[in-house]
Write a new protein. Structure first.
Length: 310
């Protein structure tokens, strides 16, 4: 008997301590109007609660468990290795896709795009949730216009297999690997495309302090990633450090522009203190890592990344 034909689409989910949200995520996938897909979950939780839930309630899912912690991009690379589809779609276990999500993603590929982002909705609205949402996904709001976008976030991203093999894999040691892959795609002429009708709703489940730490950490990661190939040149680190106050102001202005363009003026106005805090945390993270580069310019990129995640 010949093996079953490969699905066109593989949906890949990196899970870690995801037992509280993954069932809603997988239930939404069961409701997709586009049916030619498989789901691959790569879990590296310290316990087996996610594994037990997925294998008991969602036997159709291809499940892989790792006893040691995988960073999200490393887990996604493992998922790609297990996937059989020609369209590689990524989402997170704290996201819930609209029923026509994959239908719109596939239509974008049928139109000739090879790197596609859907838009990000909110699973539960409110002042705090909107503040986080604008800080993380302002250019991917549901009201945004279809067209080229600067970064494809792995909460709602898709690559043709050929494109991923050309520009990938994700940088496994860094959480902003989705941004780096988006920039590599654009450099290779594979311009990321936003399809705002392909919606996933995100559940922001952490507290204010945790998100401040996340933004601070990702600011540090950005400096590490951009310093790759610099040979630790102190002049570039010094220039980035000097520019960080202006960079924070520009990022806050960008969030405002994105929110206004997407028809989210009121959420932006109501949450100004929150996303100002997040962008300042990101910029302070960049400044902190610039100082570290000036103090130890000969450390390799990989050594600095490992230090961030220690």
């Amino acid at each position: 008997m010949s093996p079953p034909a490969a699905p066109r689409v593989s949906v890949i989910i990196a899970a870690y301590r995801s037992d509280a949200t993954v069932a809603a995520c997988l239930t939404a996938l069961r409701a997709q109007t586009h049916r030619d897909f498989e789901t691959v979950v790569v879990d590296s939780s310290p316990d087996d609660r996610t594994q037990r839930l997925v294998t008991a309630q969602f036997p159709e899912v291809v499940f892989e468990r790792h006893e040691t912690r995988l960073l999200p991009q490393a887990a996604r690379n493992r998922g790609v290795a297990r996937a059989r589809g020609d369209v590689l779609v990524f989402t997170d276990p704290d996201c819930r896709a609209h029923a026509d999500w994959l239908e719109h993603i596939v239509a974008a590929f049928d139109a000739g795009h090879t790197v596609v982002s859907g838009s990000m909705g909110l699973a539960a609205a409110g002042w705090f949730a909107w503040g986080v949402h604008l800080g993380k996904f302002s250019w991917l709001l549901r009201g945004a216009a279809a067209g080229p976008c600067r970064v494809v976030c792995t909460a709602n991203a898709a690559y043709s297999r050929a494109a991923f093999e050309r520009i990938g894999p994700f940088d496994a040691d860094i959480c902003i690997g989705d941004a780096l892959l988006s920039w590599r795609a654009a450099s290779a002429g594979l311009v990321p495309w936003l399809e705002p009708r392909a919606v996933v709703e995100h559940w922001h489940q952490h507290g204010f302090g945790e998100y401040l730490r996340e933004f601070f950490h990702r600011g540090r990661e950005l400096v590490v990633a951009r310093s790759a190939g610099d040979d630790g040149r102190r002049s570039r680190a010094a220039l980035r450090f000097a520019a960080f106050p202006a960079a924070a102001v520009l990022e806050i202005a960008r969030v405002a522009r994105d929110a206004l363009a997407a028809g989210a003026a009121w959420p932006w106005l109501l949450t100004i203190p929150a996303h100002v805090a997040y962008k300042l945390a990101w910029s302070l993270g960049e400044a902190r890592e610039c100082v570290d580069l000036l103090r130890r310019p000969r450390a390799t990129t990989l050594e600095r990344l490992r230090g961030l995640h220690a």
